[in-house]
Design a protein around this ligand. Structure first.
Ligand code: ADP
Ligand code: MG
Ligand code: ZN
Length: 399
């Protein structure tokens, strides 16, 4: 009997929310620009002779993310040119990082992170019809927006695990305050790579190697769709493998309405991007003290906060994870917990969770006032309440 194990690796792109773009001073706000091509200059339009100057904040934020993911920061890092031809890429190459990414070899939970690197986003193509003719328009507001790519090792074993990983990653990125990581705005973009390993019962676990094909699914804009696309692919691969064949190595797209993936293109033998070092940007060198300094800026990450809340405020795991879902919520909770010793943190947590308190509208002090007021009216513990209920029941057996 053969045994099938899904093998999944993720490539995630995150747009950094720096004030200006990656290599020029243009405003970095493509989603809210309102009009196309208003945040452009010779650099991000790729005009000849324009010189890129790296955005220091973007580099530091990429390092912050690398550190938060337990990566090693490459002391020597550089930018490279990645060449390909497409109308949304005016220079004919993308400034990216090839063999010396800013961060390498980290992990999030049991999933290993292969690399975290910095590059620039492309422009956006808009397919439209003008005067009855199908046309493609280009908007360069997004061209040159700082873009971080996070690549995992193929350690993920199910759609559900991929979804959990992505949620955790999004939470970390948001805690760091480096991106909205919002899929609807395109500031977080997801690409799962999927294959299925067939292990015959004769094989030992040690001899398991990666399948010699993989399928990449593009254009997925929600965690649930990633999960479903993975599940769809795994089932499809198992069917092919059962027939003794190998699934084709290809790029597929996710069809949201049908809930299926569709073949887009068969991957050419390792596309030749003709990478070479970006000659217009000097290589970077990061000293130990600079890294230590950045590390000290990270602050408490979601997991640490959750553990501290469970211990320090005696919250259960469920409550602690809801309260620490966002940094803002967690700070609100701690603020409220400081206000008045009479109200226990547990009560505050319950109020925030069950009454769905809008932390942007109700101040922590006001929340405490509400709780105290409500308590005067219904000042009974659960035990007392239960006694009353039992008494009423016993006095009204018939009912
Ligand atoms: P490429 O050169 O095609 O981009 P990489 O080796 O750089 O391929 O890997 C890209 C992503 O695909 C990574 O997230 C990696 O973990 C994942 N990956 C690699 N091999 C496999 C495989 N056999 N099955 C599933 N995912 C894989
Ligand atoms: Mg790739
Ligand atoms: Zn510009």
């Amino acid at each position: 009997m053969d045994n099938y194990t899904p093998v999944i690796g993720l490539e995630i792109h995150v747009e950094l929310k720096t004030k200006s773009k990656m290599f020029c001073r243009c405003k970095n706000d493509p989603f809210f620009a309102g009009k196309p091509n208003i945040y452009t200059c010779p650099v991000c339009l790729g005009l000849p002779g324009a010189l890129p100057v790296p955005n220091r904040k973007a580099v530091e934020w990429t390092i912050l993310l690398g550190l938060a993911l337990g990566c090693t920061i490459n002391e020597n890092s550089k930018f490279d040119r990645k060449h390909y031809f497409y109308p949304d890429l005016p220079k004919g190459y993308q400034i990216s990082q090839y063999d010396q990414p800013l961060a390498i070899e980290g992990s999030l939970g049991r999933i290993r992170i292969r690399r975290v690197h910095l590059e620039e986003d492309t422009g956006k193509l808009i397919h439209s019809i003008i005067d009855g003719k199908a046309v493609t328009l280009v908007d360069f507001n997004r061209s040159g927006v700082p873009l971080v790519e996070i690549v995992t090792e193929p350690d993920i074993m199910s759609g559900e695990e991929a979804k959990i990983f992505l949620k955790n990653l999004q939470q970390i990125v948001r805690y760091l305050g480096i991106s909205d990581a919002d899929m609807e705005k395109g500031s977080m973009r997801l690409e799962p790579n999927i294959s299925v390993r067939a292990i015959s019962s004769q094989q030992s676990a040690a001899s398991q190697k990666l399948p010699d094909y993989k399928v990449e699914v593009k254009n997925i804009n929600s965690f649930n769709f990633v999960k479903r696309a993975i599940e769809y692919e795994v089932a499809r691969h198992v069917e092919v493998l059962k027939q003794g064949k190998t699934p084709a190595q290809e790029t597929r797209g996710w069809n949201e309405t049908k809930g299926i993936t569709v073949a887009q293109r068969t991957k050419e033998e390792a596309a030749d991007y003709r990478y070479f070092p970006e000659p217009d940007i000097p290589p970077m060198k990061w000293g130990k003290s600079q890294i230590t300094n950045l590390k000290s800026q990270i602050g408490e990450l979601p997991d640490e906060k959750k553990t501290r809340f469970m211990k320090g405020y005696e919250l259960n795991e469920y409550d602690a994870s809801i309260i620490t879902e966002t940094k803002e919520k967690a700070e609100y909770f701690e603020e409220a917990a400081k206000v008045n010793g009479q109200v226990t943190p547990k009560t505050i947590a319950n109020w925030m969770i069950n009454r769905n308190i809008d932390i942007n509208e109700v101040l922590p002090v006001q929340l405490i006032e509400r709780i105290i007021k409500a308590k005067q009216v219904t000042a009974v513990s659960d035990d007392e309440l239960e006694k009353v209920i039992m008494q009423v029941i016993s006095e009204n057996q018939k009912a």
